[in-house]
Design a protein around this ligand. Structure first.
Ligand code: 6PG
Length: 235
């Protein structure tokens, strides 16, 4: 049965969610660098992780040991303000010393099909990722996976006609999103509450297929209000 991960924390505000997420990212980074001398993180798109990225920009870290990937991207010019890569660059990456060769935006400017094929080569060579971040849309989509009926095999897929603009996108596929040591899911805002409730009650949403049972889910009280864990604390 598709269900919420066991480790679900409800925090009062989006700022609290960002602060906790930042602490988790740093803890995972330091553990990975200690054990494997490299930390591979997959970034989520959308607005929700932006505050976490801003907080990470202020952290003191061995940035030379970080390697950055994305879960999905919008097929827009590489410097377009609507790109997930551009949001992370502006909020965080342009302010820290991660070597340029270790920052891997999805080349979505090439078009969905070619970009998906290109990124698949890189992704297959770098798994398992140490940490993978995910958000969720009001309809229960995650990354750029808007349905559960796509190509089950390709590690990275081209998405055409996505219901959330722009229609042309590239996304890591379900199995690739699960091929990591740890998943961190961030969901804030009252508009996400119905999908979270549906997920909690077994709905076959893309988010439910992408998120493992051992993931960490951070929710603010607004998003969690229609679920039976609306009170800030541990679910
Ligand atoms: C994108 C994202 C998408 C996002 C959700 C939530 O490119 O749009 O990858 O999956 O995470 O739509 O978006 P918000 O965080 O902006 O609500």
């Amino acid at each position: 049965m598709l269900m919420l991960p066991a480790n679900c924390k409800v925090l009062e505000s989006p700022e609290d969610v960002a602060g906790q997420a930042c602490r988790i990212v740093i803890a995972e980074a330091e553990a990975a660098i200690r054990e494997r001398r490299m930390f591979r993180i997959v970034l989520a798109g959308g607005r929700t992780p932006q505050r976490t990225y801003q907080m990470l920009a202020g952290m003191v870290q061995d940035w030379s040991a970080w390697e950055i990937f994305w879960s999905d991207e919008r097929c827009l010019p590489s410097d377009h303000a609507g790109r997930n890569s551009r949001m992370a660059q502006d909020a965080w990456l342009s302010q820290v010393a991660i070597p340029a060769g270790q920052i891997h935006p999805i080349p979505a400017e090439l078009g969905a099909t070619l970009a998906a094929a290109e990124y698949a080569k890189l992704v297959l060579d770098r798994q398992p990722f140490d940490l993978l971040l995910l958000g969720m849309g009001e309809d229960g989509h995650t990354a750029s996976l808007f349905s559960t009926s796509g190509d089950p095999v390709a590690p990275v897929i081209a998405v055409h006609g996505a219901p959330k603009p722009p229609g042309e996108r590239v996304s890591l596929n379900f199995e690739t999103l699960r091929a990591c040591r740890k998943q961190l899911v961030l969901i804030t805002g009252a508009e996400k509450s119905p999908a979270l409730f549906a997920w909690q009650h077994g709905a076959s949403l893309p988010i439910a297929h992408a998120v493992r049972n051992d993931a960490c889910l951070l929710v603010d009280s607004e998003a969690g209000r229609s679920t039976n864990f609306a009170v800030p604390g541990h679910y």
